[in-house]
Design a protein around this ligand. Structure first.
Ligand code: ADP
Ligand code: XUL
Length: 524
């Protein structure tokens, strides 16, 4: 019988699934539920609008669990019997936190197949919404945390990153400060990944080391909670945090709910979840230093592998534990796909029109530059939105589209210097990686070939591969990451490689210092 594994990806805008056949070395099914198909939760692009403060960006956890029921229902119709799935793991948007109260343990243990996940878990939450990675409302708390840890660099050396607004520590601190009663009612603080793993397991689940690295609370070298960071974040936090565990941990069998409602095998395993960027590392087969990956999802991220832990001296980048056991570097840009969509929509274009505008303008855009901070930016740190244009105005459609994408790519090149040698190859993934005109600018700015990953869902694929890896290890079988991932990630005949144009490369080498100057003037 074929050995099937399911990977889920709870991302900002959708929940997706990827089923792999391990022996056939291929993805056998994919499906997704976009959160806009659950309008009762009132989200836009997967998050809740906040009337008073645009820096506050939360999402309702019950939306994610209702999407899970919907997706699993769909899978049993569009793919077939879920009985053959041996193990499930997942990938989730990083940093976001879910707050569970006294009723959580019983609610998780007693998930009711008749009423569904959302109604079974309603009473489990001590806070109805979860702050997400898009939230930038905690600048004050970041300063307080860094002060307590002995400064930004000390924080980075201890936890892999300086204090960041979206990281879980600052979010927990703000929650405690603004709503101490609800904090007191909170028995468990989960991350999105460990919350959904808890639902699948029917018990409070551990958090994997990779997603733990996105909290500012984990000792990045020792991979355990950092006592000083935990105690300075909020009172009695230590007992509220999940256990930390390696990314190949089998939590146990799936909760009976999933057999009763969705037809899974009672012995099917629930494997620890991880963050979406760490899962992409596996899904892209990025196991050694040298190549970099760029994910063009709701956020744009730039990441690579590092053998030993070396933090960014400027404090802009992060070091995370990697799912294969060593380290990964990561930089996250807030103005990613939604900024591209905003400029596209402002000029009444569709993606074909946006691409046509990129093709109608030359590399370097005649020196026209943009700083595209449509929302507060993470890197460089820009607390208040503001768009800067040099040499054109907002009505110039073609110049705007090119200036935006060039800015995004130049910013990635500029802010990834600290990672060391420039990559010899970039692997592109995420929703916008299907756009070859964007990938051409990526190749030209970075001066190396860009490999378009076969599919845009490397995070869900990575989760499925992690499920297989944990399952095999649990059975005592030797398993190498390279062997496991290569049938799924090797470049095949259908993949595209976008090569840099030497003239364009030269243009960008000359333009980069000007972009850096403009950025410096606007952000200092
Ligand atoms: P996430 O995983 O963060 O929810 P995805 O990786 O699924 O996001 O990417 C979704 C984004 O992909 C959309 O917001 C959209 O802007 C972008 N996208 C989809 N198709 C194209 C295209 N042809 N060109 C550029 N961007 C695209
Ligand atoms: C990474 C980050 C985002 C989220 C959402 O640090 O904040 O990439 O993981 O995808």
């Amino acid at each position: 019988m074929a050995r099937h594994f399911l990977g889920l990806d709870c991302s900002t805008q959708s929940l997706s699934a990827c089923i792999i056949d391990l022996d056939g070395g291929q993805v056998v099914h994919r499906d997704a539920v976009h959160y806009s198909s659950l309008p009762a939760y009132g989200t836009r692009n997967g998050v809740l609008p906040h009337d008073d403060d645009t820096r506050v960006v939360h999402a309702p956890p019950l939306l994610w669990v209702e999407a899970l029921d919907l997706l699993l229902d769909r899978l049993s119709h569009t793919w077939g019997d879920l009985f053959s799935i041996l193990a499930i793991s997942g990938s989730a948007q990083q940093h976001g936190s879910v707050y569970l109260g006294a009723a959580a343990k019983d609610a998780l243990r007693g998930l009711d197949a008749g009423s569904g996940l959302a109604s079974s878990l309603k009473a489990a939450l001590s806070r109805p919404t979860a702050p997400t990675w898009m939230d930038s409302s905690t600048t004050v708390q970041c300063a307080e945390l860094e002060r307590d840890m002995g400064g930004a660099l000390a924080m980075a050396q201890a936890t892999g990153s300086r204090a960041y607004e979206r990281f879980t520590a600052a979010q927990i601190r703000r929650f405690h400060q603004t709503d101490p009663e609800a904090y007191a009612q909170t028995l468990h603080v989960a991350l999105v990944s460990s919350f959904l793993a808890s639902v699948l397991s029917g018990e409070v689940a551990p958090l994997d080391h990779c997603d733990g690295s996105g909290t500012n609370l984990m000792d990045i070298g020792a991979r355990r909670w950092h006592a000083g960071a935990v105690s300075s974040t909020a009172p009695d936090l230590a007992r509220r945090l999940p256990e930390l565990a390696p990314p190949w941990t089998v939590i146990g069998p799936l909760a009976p709910y999933f057999e009763q409602r969705h037809g899974f095998n009672a012995g099917s395993q629930s494997v620890i979840w991880s963050g979406d960027n760490p899962c992409s590392v596996v899904g892209l087969g990025l196991l050694e230093p040298g190549a970099a990956a760029i994910s063009l999802g709701t956020s744009d991220t730039y990441f690579g592998i590092m053998k030993e832990c070396r933090v960014d001296p400027h404090g802009e980048g992060h070091v995370f534990a990697s799912p294969a056991g060593d380290y990964m570097t990561l930089i996250c840009f807030h103005n990613g796909s939604l900024a591209r969509e905003a400029i596209r929509d402002a000029h009444g274009l569709d993606w074909a029109g946006f691409s046509a505008a990129l093709r109608a303008t030359p590399p370097g855009n005649h020196g026209r530059l943009m700083l595209p901070y449509l929302v507060p930016e993470i890197v460089p740190r820009v607390p208040r939105p503001g768009v800067v244009r040099r040499g054109f105005d907002e009505h110039d459609r073609d110049a705007s589209c090119r200036a935006l994408v060039e800015a995004q790519m130049m910013s990635m090149r500029l802010h990834s210097h600290w990672m060391g040698a420039r990559p010899h190859r970039i692997i592109a993934t995420g929703g916008a990686s299907r756009n070859l005109d964007i990938l051409q600018i990526m190749a030209d700015v970075h001066g190396c070939p860009v490999h378009q990953h076969k599919s845009q869902d490397s995070a869900a694929l990575g989760a499925a591969l992690r499920a297989a890896h944990a399952h095999l290890l649990h059975r005592g079988e030797a398993v190498s990451w390279a062997q496991l991932t290569s049938p799924f990630t090797n470049q095949g005949a259908t993949d595209r490689e976008v090569r840099p144009d030497p003239m364009a490369e030269k243009t960008y080498d000359e333009l980069l210092p000007q972009y850096a100057e403009l950025e410096k003037a606007a952000t200092h």
